[in-house]
Design a protein around this ligand. Structure first.
Ligand code: ATP
Length: 496
């Protein structure tokens, strides 16, 4: 807050028409900043009654527009002032604050009219609530614009400046395949309200997002360098493709350092967007995810590299092997069920209760030294587990899917990979409790479950799939290492 400009004193003298739906006896009002990002709307009478308090933390943008008046037409979409009319019948300046407060949940007491407000500890979905003020005629419009610019700075924490974002849409993601529609009806309008221009590019083929990441070429005349941020609209697979494309570049780390990424979950699992919104104390969903992008707070998140005998990959989500990989990959055939495909296949896997032989070696050393070849042994200081594994699930994210809090202790920026393990012996009863506990993260408390944090590991698996960020990669040993805090993602100010 210390870098914010001072509140312009002239705001007290700028007369605005009180929105008629407030049913206030005061015809005019003005803006008063009360600190802590609270904006009071006060009546212009000598009493200066507070008519409304607006929390600027809920706002994404402030705009001043000249609305031309045509006597027979309705001019303002919402909150239209009906009386008193602005005197200037040619046009009026309108100051709009675009706010998206969290909806207050109604308790049973409120439904029956026995209480008026509630304070829920849980985040709630946000709803659009715009505050439109018609500026009184004869007011100095330059002064109004100066106040709006300061307000915009308070809203986003940065001076108002032109920004242009790239929206990359995967039209084939998710059971509804509606990413393009969400981009046009939710994301682009909200960005405009926040003063952000955008170009939308729809992927035309599989791996298109990877090509854009690798070549930076977006269209005939644009590259990634022409944009202030990239918004990925698809499933986790789209993010994986784009990130792995960027990481193929010779200047990968320099490109990552400049990139700012937003994600709108339009896939079937949406683990990354669930993780970001959970960390930001928001409800998952396109509106809340766009809200975070408009607010512009960036959190430097961890990723990791995975080396196999043939390739090197970059991961931002999870590596699964054993029954979790079986559930993820084999359930592709019932993809039409959306996220419930994982529950259906999970029940089947518990009935089968397969186990796989493997060796897991890991270290917690903050600066781990990894063998240069998968044929070389791991350092002696590493912990080694050789056993029959039911499942192995390494994660950077708290949620691998919207309904699965697979790694409740994972944070965007904790510098470790957390691995959840089930080994034999394990009864079907306990395995069922693990599966049932996944939506709340309680599975890590089931007797026999193991949950370790490491900075690097090697897995030498026999059987099942190597499932990296939801995509199958080649079989055989893998070696992973954290790259802490390099992916700049739009997330709430409290997210770490
Ligand atoms: N125009 C396109 N035509 C065909 N396939 C495409 C096109 N654009 C992207 N793809 C492919 O669509 C696949 C699925 O995308 P994505 O993984 O993002 O969605 P999802 O599988 O529904 O979600 P999740 O990964 O969260 O389960 C990706 O493999 C991607 O390469």
């Amino acid at each position: 807050m210390s870098n914010l400009p001072a509140w312009p004193e002239e705001s007290a003298n700028i007369k605005l028409f009180t929105p008629p739906e407030w049913k206030s006896s005061s015809v005019f009002c003005s803006l008063r900043y009360d600190g802590n990002n609270q904006l009071s709307i006060v009546s212009s009478e000598s009493s200066q009654r507070v008519l409304e308090v607006i929390n600027l933390n809920d706002c994404i943008g402030v705009q001043v527009e000249i609305v031309l008046k045509n006597a027979n037409e309705k001019k303002y979409e919402t909150n239209e002032p009906t009386s008193p009319e602005p005197v200037d019948t040619q046009g009026s300046a309108v100051l709009t604050l675009y706010c998206y407060p969290q909806q207050e949940p109604l308790t049973w007491m409120q439904r029956w009219g026995l209480a008026t407000s509630s304070s829920s500890k849980h985040p709630q979905p946000r709803v659009a609530r715009y505050h439109r003020f018609v500026v009184a005629p004869a007011e100095d419009l330059q002064a109004v614009s100066r106040v709006a610019a300061v307000l915009q700075h308070y809203v986003t924490g940065r001076p108002a400046s032109p920004l242009r974002y790239l929206i990359l849409v995967n039209p084939r993601s998710g059971p509804k395949r509606n990413a393009r529609n969400i981009a046009e009806t939710v994301v682009q309008p909200m960005l405009l309200q926040a003063g952000i221009e955008s170009d939308m590019v729809v992927t035309t083929h599989a791996q298109h997002a990877m090509q854009i990441g690798e070549t930076k070429v977006v269209g005939n005349d644009k590259t990634l360098d022409d944009y202030d941020a990239v918004i990925l609209m698809g499933g986790d697979g789209t993010i994986h493709e784009f990130l792995n494309g960027v990481m193929r570049r010779d200047d990968a780390m320099a490109t990552l350092a400049k990139l700012r990424l937003g994600a709108i979950g339009c896939g079937s699992a949406n683990g990354f967007t669930k993780t970001i919104t959970y960390a930001s104390q928001e409800v998952v969903g396109p509106l809340q995810e766009t809200f975070l992008i408009c607010k512009g707070h960036v959190t430097a998140t961890d990723i990791s590299t995975y080396t196999t005998r043939k390739n090197t990959y970059t991961s931002f989500l999870t590596f699964a092997w054993g029954n979790i990989a079986d559930i993820d990959i084999d359930s592709e055939c019932i993809r039409c069920l959306g996220e419930s495909r994982f529950d259906v296949w999970g029940a089947w896997c518990i009935l089968r209760m397969r186990h796989y032989r493997g060796r897991f070696s890991y270290t917690n050393d903050p600066k781990p030294v990894l063998p240069s070849s998968l044929n070389d042994p791991v350092p002696e200081s590493w912990t080694v587990m050789e056993d029959d594994f039911i499942l192995f699930w390494a994660s950077h994210v708290s949620h691998a899917a919207t309904g699965s809090m697979n790694s409740p202790h994972s944070r965007l920026q904790d510098g470790v990979i957390r691995v959840f393990i089930l080994r034999k012996p394990m009864s079907r009863f306990r395995a069922t409790r693990v599966l049932l506990g996944l939506d709340t993260g309680k599975h890590i408390e089931v007797e026999g479950a193991e949950y370790v944090a490491c900075t690097a590991y090697r897995l030498e698996p026999q059987g099942s799939y190597n499932d990296l960020d939801g995509e199958v990669i080649e079989d055989g040993p893998v070696q992973a290492q954290v790259i802490p805090g390099v992916l700049n993602v739009f997330a709430g100010p409290l997210a770490k």
